[in-house]
Ligand binder design. Structure first.
Ligand SMILES: [Zn+2]
Length: 68
């Protein structure tokens, strides 16, 4: 699977117990609708430190849902 934005090969990564596709070239994160819901649920349920939440929020800035 290649990045829809820059066509680089996507890399599988685990985030919040969900496998997501990360682009090493443009730093885009691609996931389907179900995966996004799973992450949102995990965020609500998780007991996180404030620092972790800030890190995750910055990560979300590069988050996109694919429409393939
Ligand atoms: Zn890309």
């Amino acid at each position: 699977m290649n990045c829809p934005r820059c066509d680089a090969a996507l890399k599988k990564e685990m985030r919040e117990d969900v496998t997501i596709d990360v682009c090493p070239k443009c730093a885009g994160v691609w996931l389907d609708r179900g995966e996004l819901d799973h992450i949102a649920t995990a965020m609500r349920d998780a007991q996180r430190s404030r620092e972790d939440l800030v890190d995750f929020a910055f990560g979300m800035l590069e988050l996109f849902t694919h429409r393939w």
